[in-house]
Design a protein around this ligand. Structure first.
Ligand code: DOR
Length: 443
């Protein structure tokens, strides 16, 4: 009796753990069931990937989807629709919603809101606060939880753990790798006078300077060592932090953002104004080059988008009343593939940073590679497609991207989630089947 499959993906170049292979992929019950020449096999559905490149499903391990409380900027339906359109199969969502995600009730509320509305798989971070510090070891083990997120400097929302005593308390109350936003709150407050009352938006990078980021990163790593806790430092933005983190690989993993690899000051502020405002800031080109060297040198573990939508109306407020953040979940794949085409990183490295990396850092179960028995999550791309990114393509409720008008080479052609085609030809398909992503440590 020959094998039968729910779907076969034929004719593509498939990036398996063995490297790129010209092979078909047989999918059964949402999982990868076979490789090889499957053209004549019995299959309910066939996806023809001829001429296309089949990558492991991209995991975006940093998004802000604003639900509950700030749905005028974004919600779980629109945010995950953008993910599917952008070739992303799983998102890890941040806790700075309103109310912040600091309790079991808030986690369960987000999960029930996502079921039946999320186009891609999802999980949620628990926000650390001085009040919930001792409960974090229980909260981080709930199903559907990506881990704990701690803000050491104020950004959007009220979550903040800024002093050594409370940072240490949070670090001691749990074992999973913890995600941290490193900007030093005391230095931010001391230097606020530089922008308070109004300033050109380029001053954002002067106020929240490289030293502000480095101070917090150094404090965090010292306290993490004392607590024996692994940390994942989000959106590293400076050359000096990379130098420091190179010596601390045993305890700290590293994320960078596409926008820090793509934009630089002062050009981005001149061209985009407050649309370029985000935390940590877009900095001068010296830092961007250091981030690329860190990507190529292997210091960086993941690329997350830090999708942080605000409406255009909010962004148009005079700086510094304008909020920080830009959309990104939908543009992560095309922007990074464009960098691949320009020779700035290899496709192997792209895969490591966007699927294997997040899976390794957070201990994702059954995702992050195209392998027998793993979820059949596939990001199918045309590496040679030349397309222009436009605001009209963006699903986010905020309706804009910092890359509007930019032509890129490399585009997501289809997204397959657990064997189901959820996007082809820039349209989502079927109904939202997103489910909680599972983690090895919380089985
Ligand atoms: O620019 C940012 N925006 N950085 C953050 O850390 C938070 C985010 C947001 O939620 O708006």
């Amino acid at each position: 009796m020959p094998d039968s499959f729910d779907r076969i993906v034929i004719g593509g170049t498939v990036w398996t753990p063995n490297g790129p292979v010209e092979t078909d992929v047989g999918i059964r019950s949402g999982r990868v069931a076979a490789f090889g020449h499957l053209k004549g096999a019995k299959a309910a559905e066939v996806f023809d990937a001829s001429g296309l490149t089949v990558l492991p499903g991209v995991i975006d391990s940093q998004v802000h989807f604003r639900e509950p409380g700030l749905e005028h900027k974004e919600d779980l339906e629109a945010g995950t629709r953008g993910a599917a359109l952008g070739g992303v199969v799983s998102v890890f969502e941040m806790p700075n919603t309103d109310p912040p995600t600091t309790t079991a009730n808030a986690i369960n509320d987000k999960i029930s809101r996502a079921l039946g509305r999320a186009w891609v798989d999802f999980s949620f971070f628990v926000g650390a606060s001085p009040e919930n510090a001792t409960e974090l070891k229980t909260l981080e083990r709930l199903p559907g939880v990506s881990g704990v997120k701690m803000f050491m400097g104020s950004s959007t929302g009220s979550l903040l753990v800024s002093d050594d005593k409370n940072v240490a308390r949070v670090l001691k109350n749990g074992t999973r790798r913890m995600a941290v936003h490193c900007e030093d709150e005391d230095r931010l407050n001391e230097r606020l006078h530089l922008v308070k009352g109004g300033a050109p938006v380029a001053m954002h990078a002067v106020w929240r300077d490289a030293e502000t980021a480095l101070l917090a990163t150094k404090r965090l790593v010292r306290l993490a060592r004392e607590a024996g806790r692994r940390v994942h430092i989000l959106h590293i933005s400076t050359a000096e932090e990379m130098e420091f983190l190179k010596e601390n690989r045993d305890i700290a993993t590293v994320e960078v953002l596409p926008q820090h690899l793509t934009l630089s000051a002062p050009e981005a502020y001149d061209r985009l104004g407050t649309l370029a405002q985000q935390n940590p800031p877009i900095r001068v080109a010296r830092h961007r080059e250091a981030l690329w060297n860190a990507v190529r040198g292997g210091i960086v573990d993941c690329i997350g988008s830090d999708h942080a939508p605000h409406t255009l109306e909010e962004k148009q407020r005079p700086y510094p009343q304008s909020p920080s953040g830009m959309t990104g979940v939908q543009t992560l794949v095309p922007i990074m593939l464009d960098h691949v085409n320009a020779g700035r990183l290899t496709l192997e490295r792209f895969i490591d940073l966007t699927s294997a990396g997040p899976a390794r850092v957070y201990g994702v179960a059954g995702k992050g590679r195209i392998a027998l028995g793993y979820d059949a999550d596939l990001t199918i791309v045309d590496l040679k497609a030349k397309r222009t990114i436009e605001n009209s393509w963006i699903a986010s409720k905020s309706g804009w991207t910092a890359y509007d008008g930019q032509t890129v080479t490399g585009w997501p052609i289809a997204t397959i989630l657990r064997g189901q085609v959820i996007m082809t030809n820039d349209e989502v398909i079927g109904s939202p089947i997103g489910a909680p992503t599972r983690f090895i440590e919380t089985f």
